[in-house]
Write a protein that binds this ligand. Structure first.
Ligand code: GLU
Length: 446
């Protein structure tokens, strides 16, 4: 494999799709050495095939807003890779959604899902629809119009969408309602992240954040450290940040920052159950701001226009969006003594930020390993649906914990360096890649 030649070819096929190209480059650079030890991969042109989505479905979504105006958005489903299972991955509703973003997310999802140990292929979808400022009725009408187009392309053994940024339990409910009406069958296995009374799994809402903290715990343990008493800055205030804040607090860490597009909340006394609950209220308001947190809790301070990375902390956890922690942010964190960073959002750090962390030799782990607990618990939801049973919260949490320890172990197996340090980026990429590559090889040229 020649990474530069492959990338030049990909840039020609996908001009200007910087996020997608960034995600592919990271994986190719990580796996290059191992790949070249397998001439059978080269012969079957595994990477050339793996970097292209199986197919992309694009559709128009037209709906009527509360003032009677007709709105048109674009909907997508990128079915990336089905070597190890049906397509699986979230739907993102955000104004910045475009094919490049969904290709990068679908590509990442393929490796992440492979890491979970469960049989799930990779996919991603969504729309440039922004839930910000929309009423509940508008969100429902949009979800219904979106599903009107998507429903023929999904199914429990075909493609199983779930939530992502802008798509939570409420949206999954509206999407499922319309699916059920169109398909004329009660097929719960078609979506994950469902409500608890109609086929959802306990712990699914918490799973991404809980899983991330279990992974961080393993990482720290591996390095002879503990999370207890450490300060944590996290970005975002949505479902993922909420789960991470809950588990970090439960494990004895102090969550001293959360953030939104409007600025950061400096929370020197850490989280309380009331503060954690309030994060959900803030998100449900659809206003996309964190400032009201400081009005509600006077021991916290709102700093307008600043990121979570301006707060001095031991552990930095990007939990909101891709590329939300850049090279300058990494320098600021390092200057303030941060010694661990883990991406909870997909590709939360820019390549420059990762290079800074790796140069400084601090603990760093990538999203596809750290946040895999969300989709892993979706996989557990699929199993429960297929078997018509529901596990207790404790059962699901134990399984999630076990899966995260397996993912950590795989990262260590493939990422251990001669000096004993773990390169988690390399470890996660190689572990995920090997599984998908072998499956593709065994299934022939398709
Ligand atoms: N959107 C989440 C992710 O990035 C969850 C996907 C799922 O549960 O299918 O992994």
């Amino acid at each position: 494999m020649n990474v530069n030649n492959l990338m030049a070819d990909l840039e020609r096929k996908h001009p200007g799709e910087s996020e997608y190209l960034q995600a592919v480059r990271e994986v190719l650079e990580s796996v290059e050495e191992v790949y070249n030890e397998h001439p059978e991969f080269e012969k079957a042109k595994i990477v050339e095939r793996m970097v292209e989505p199986d197919r992309i479905i694009t559709f128009r979504v037209t709906w009527v807003d509360d003032s009677g105006e007709i709105q048109t958005n674009i909907g997508y489903r990128v079915q990336f890779n089905s070597a190890i299972g049906p397509y699986k991955g979230g739907l993102r509703f955000h104004s910045a959604v475009n094919p490049s973003m969904l290709k990068f997310l679908g590509f990442e999802q393929t490796f992440k899902n492979a890491l979970t140990t469960l049989p799930m292929g990779g996919a991603k979808g969504g729309s440039d629809f922004s839930p910000k400022g929309k009423s509940d009725a508008e969100i429902m009408r949009f979800c219904q119009a979106f599903m009107l187009e998507l429903w023929k392309n999904i199914g429990p053994d075909t493609d199983v969408p779930a939530g992502d940024v802008g798509v939570g339990g409420r949206e999954i409910g509206y999407l499922y309602g319309m699916y059920k009406k169109l398909a004329r069958e009660y097929n719960t296995g078609v979506l994950t992240g469902k409500g608890i009374t109609w086929g959802g799994s306990l712990i699914r809402p918490e799973a991404t954040g809980f899983g991330a903290l279990y992974f961080v715990q393993h990482m720290l343990h591996q390095a002879g450290k503990s999370i207890e008493g450490k300060t944590v800055a996290l970005s975002g205030f949505g479902n993922v940040a909420w789960g991470a804040a809950t588990k970090a607090t439960e494990l004895g860490a102090k969550v001293i920052a959360i953030s939104g597009p409007d600025g950061v909340i400096y929370n020197p006394n850490g989280m309380t159950p009331e503060k954690i609950d309030y994060m959900l209220e803030l998100r449900a308001s659809n206003r996309d701001i964190v400032a009201p947190f400081a009005e509600r809790f006077p021991d916290a301070q709102f700093i307008a226009g600043k990121k979570a990375w301006s707060i001095k902390c031991d552990i930095a956890l990007p939990c909101a969006f891709q590329n939300e922690l850049n090279g300058d942010d990494a320098k600021e964190l390092l200057a303030n003594g941060t010694w661990c960073a883990a991406e909870v959002s997909n590709m939360g750090c820019t390549p420059e930020a990762i290079a800074e962390f790796q140069r400084a030799g601090i603990l760093f782990a990538p999203g596809k390993a750290v946040n895999a607990g969300g989709v892993a618990t979706s996989g557990l939801e699929m199993t429960q649906n297929a078997q018509h049973l529901s596990w207790s919260a404790e059962e699901v949490d134990n399984k999630l914990h076990y899966i995260m320890s397996q993912i950590h172990e795989a990262c260590v197996r493939y990422g251990e360096q001669p000096d004993g340090c773990i390169n988690y980026v390399k470890g996660a990429n190689i572990a995920g890649f090997m599984k998908v590559a072998h499956a593709m090889l065994e299934q022939g040229i398709i």
